[in-house]
Design a protein around this ligand. Structure first.
Ligand code: FMN
Length: 143
């Protein structure tokens, strides 16, 4: 059975709730979901994964969380070519600039964005966002 890793960082649980819903969708799509706090893995652990999901909220001033996710992303960048990557995350007062920058980093390194863009939501994901996350997970399972 295919395993899809869903790697995330979350400070107050909003991006974590998205990650959990994506993992539920993966399982609904009959693949195995591996829900992983970014602190528990290294970028190298994704070297053999051709499809995965990665989530982080907007932090700092429209950047990735700098203690764990940014270093993870820096290590991962050299190994993104040809991979299908689903980005997701929650934001607060901004307009999604952190996600646009993240999307650009992934595509510049040859990664392919699943759905063509990241899945974002403002603060806590509502039922509609959670449903969109489940659908995204199901899609990952079937790619
Ligand atoms: C230190 C800090 C910096 C933040 N910077 C931004 C930002 O630049 N833009 C924005 O839209 N939201 C920003 N936010 C809001 C968070 O992205 C938002 O609350 C999000 O829902 C947190 O997700 P989480 O629960 O997964 O940690 C920031 C929050 C914190 C705590």
């Amino acid at each position: 059975m295919k395993t899809i890793k869903v790697v995330y960082w979350s400070g107050t649980g909003n991006t974590q709730a998205m990650a959990q819903a994506i993992a539920e969708g993966v399982e609904k799509g009959e693949a195995k979901a591996d829900l992983l706090d970014v602190d528990t893995i290294k970028a190298d652990d994704l070297k053999d994964d051709s499809i995965f999901a990665m989530g982080c909220p907007a932090m700092g001033d429209e950047v990735l969380e700098e203690g764990s996710m940014e270093p993870f992303m820096e290590e991962l960048e050299s190994n993104l070519s040809g991979k299908q990557v689903a980005l997701f995350g929650s934001y607060g007062w901004g307009d999604g600039q952190w996600m646009r920058d993240w999307e650009e980093r992934v595509t510049e390194k040859g990664g392919k964005l699943v759905e063509g863009k990241g899945l974002m939501c403002c603060e806590e994901p509502d039922d509609q966002v959670l449903e969109d996350c489940r659908k995204l997970g199901e899609k990952l399972a079937k790619l």
